[in-house]
Write a protein of this length. Structure first.
Length: 587
């Protein structure tokens, strides 16, 4: 007991210390455990992770690093930097399970450190500490740092951009940091087009230079115009070789990729988005209240301080002004996803810490946080118990992924333990600050999910069970090949059989016609389809069920399921793509 009290006292003294190195190393160790725990324990999970992992795997296996390839054909939706990083760690470690999560984990840790360091430089070590802890408290940040979606990396580059500009204009003149900021904006553009967002901070900077010039340590000069040049040069480091390579190749497929990535996925996607259509207030009403919880409530609990800081704290004014501009930028596009505004979260956490460190929040904040924690704990336990008793709605939901009720029961046990964590931390730390109680509950929950949770969720989130059944069914044909109609990247990634796909960009009708011709050529070829697919060239009812994955029942079709005839494919859409043994990384 004495040793435990002593350790708690040491932690408390470290966190309340004004010594930079003492605090930062403790916080980095805490953040690293939170973010890196679980790497290597799970596979890529939909929606986006299998796609990026498969692109990275093909980069390493094929040697084609300049243009991202998915299923043997170009992947035009994103520039290659994020896929390069996964491919690099896959090549370095030899493990795709470890490699696909490492880039974002590193980016998350770097982002958390930059928030701390900037808070310490602009205000104090305590402000930096609080900012980093608030960032780690927000669910969206930790989720993205522990996943393989592209947004955590671009958020890191954007944070470096903001950090460099604030170091130059608010700490002391540093042209090195100023141009570093613009260089990372360029890197952000070839990671995901919105990497230029830190440039929007120049708007409140110019406003301060005009209305409150004494608020800036460094005034904007004509030299600042070289920043965008640096950004464009860094972006050109990939764009120019890619365009030259495409032009020299003469490949229609590569030319379509070039035009798609340069035009369709940038201005056209922003102005006339074709997916994820949401109203203009989506981020304010749906995303920020839940994914940034409890930071928005903290903002409301100190509105008086917010008004004062907006007027009298230039650093807060720059960050909040930039956040408003970023929010406006994304809100004006019809297409919206919650992850789009992740890049604004680090500066939001830092601005809150700067405003509210040492400032009392409204009286309602503490009991409200305690009530929310208690309700969440009770809900988790209730759902876990209902899973154990096979509540029909839960069984129906689980059946989209597995028919094994023991997996549902184990998931129920996981929820019960998580709920107990939330209630016990509330009880044991009842005298502590509401945010400290919440941080303890969240941190322990992340540890639980990153260990036991991964083992529970793995069967639900991958199609490995379906593909194992396929491999078992065709085991008598050593050279068997698997065709995929309307393919999903995870089915390529988890297949130990050679895979053929019939072009992601073809219609379902063209794909099945190509598959029919392909299967007709050999007896040991099979096609995997969902039972809901309405096919004209195959009789799905003659196929063999392979199991459930991703809300669908999957059927294996052999030559017996082919119709006697099938319409001839379009002569311009006859290209098919063969991927040899993509799932060997599983061994």
């Amino acid at each position: 007991m004495n040793r435990s009290v002593s350790l708690s006292q040491q932690i408390y003294e470290t966190l309340t210390s004004d010594e930079y190195s003492r605090v930062v190393w403790f916080l980095l160790a805490f953040a690293a455990i939170l973010i890196f725990l679980g790497i290597g324990l799970r596979s890529p999970w939909p929606a986006d992770e299998p796609r990026f992992a498969e692109v990275a795997r093909e980069m390493v296996d094929s040697g084609q690093w300049l243009i991202p390839m998915r299923g043997g054909e170009p992947y035009p939706d994103k520039p290659p930097v994020f896929m390069w990083s996964i491919a690099f760690f896959y090549w370095l470690t030899g493990s795709l399970k470890a490699g696909f999560l490492l880039p974002n984990a590193i980016c998350g840790l770097v982002t958390a450190f930059l928030v701390f360091d900037l808070g310490a430089r602009l205000w104090s070590v305590r402000v930096g500490r609080n900012a980093m802890l608030l960032l780690l408290l927000a669910p969206q940040f930790v989720v993205q740092a522990k996943s393989a979606q592209i947004d955590m990396m671009v958020a890191c580059w954007i944070t470096i951009g903001c950090y460099g500009l604030l170091r130059h204009f608010m700490v002391r003149s540093s042209w090195g940091w100023y141009f570093t900021a613009w260089a990372f904006m360029g890197l952000g553009i070839i990671t995901k087009g919105v990497g230029f967002l830190p440039a929007l901070m120049m708007i409140p900077v110019l406003y301060l230079a005009w209305r409150r010039p004494d608020a800036l340590v460094t005034k904007p000069t004509w030299t600042c115009l070289l920043g965008p040049v640096v950004m464009l040069l860094v972006a050109a480091a990939w764009l120019v070789p890619m365009v030259l390579y495409v032009n020299a190749s003469g490949s229609e497929m590569f030319m379509q990729y070039r035009d798609n990535i340069l035009f369709k996925q940038t201005a056209e996607r922003y102005a006339h988005s074709w997916g994820h259509i949401q109203p203009w207030y989506y981020f304010i009403a749906n995303v920020i209240p839940s994914l940034w919880f409890p930071l928005p409530l903290m903002l409301l609990a100190g509105l008086g301080r917010l008004r004062d800081a907006w007027k009298n704290e230039p650093g807060v004014f720059l960050m909040l002004g930039w956040i408003v501009l970023v929010l406006f930028f994304f809100s004006m596009s019809p297409g919206k996803r919650g992850v789009y505004i992740l890049p604004a979260l680090p500066m939001f956490a830092l601005s809150l810490a700067a405003m509210y460190t040492g400032y009392p929040l409204a009286r309602w904040f503490r009991p409200l946080m305690g009530g929310i924690q208690a309700v969440l704990g009770a809900v988790l336990i209730t759902v876990g118990v209902l899973a154990w008793f096979n509540l029909p709605k839960l069984v129906e939901k689980a059946s989209d992924y597995t028919k094994d009720l023991s997996l549902l029961h184990e998931a129920g046990s996981l929820l019960i333990v998580a709920g107990l964590i939330w209630l016990l931390t509330l009880l044991l730390l009842r005298k502590q600050h509401a945010l400290l109680r919440l941080l303890a509950a969240m941190s322990l929950t992340w540890v639980l999910l990153s260990t036991w949770g991964y083992s529970v969720l793995e069967p639900f989130r991958t199609p490995r069970n379906v593909l194992a059944n396929v491999e078992k069914t065709v085991a008598g044909n050593p050279g068997a090949q698997l065709g995929l109609i309307k393919f999903k990247e995870q089915f390529i990634l988890f297949s130990k059989l050679d895979v053929t796909q019939f072009s992601y960009f073809n219609s379902l009708r063209e794909q099945e016609r190509l598959a029919w011709e392909w299967m007709k050529q050999r007896d040991d070829r099979y096609v995997l389809v969902g039972d809901e697919d309405k096919l004209e060239c195959f009789r799905v009812k003659k196929g063999q069920p392979m199991g459930v994955a991703h809300s669908e029942n999957w059927i294996l079709l052999s030559r017996d399921a082919m119709t006697p005839t099938c319409p001839t494919p379009d002569p311009d859409k006859r290209e098919i793509f063969h991927i040899p043994n993509p799932g060997r990384w599983l061994d």
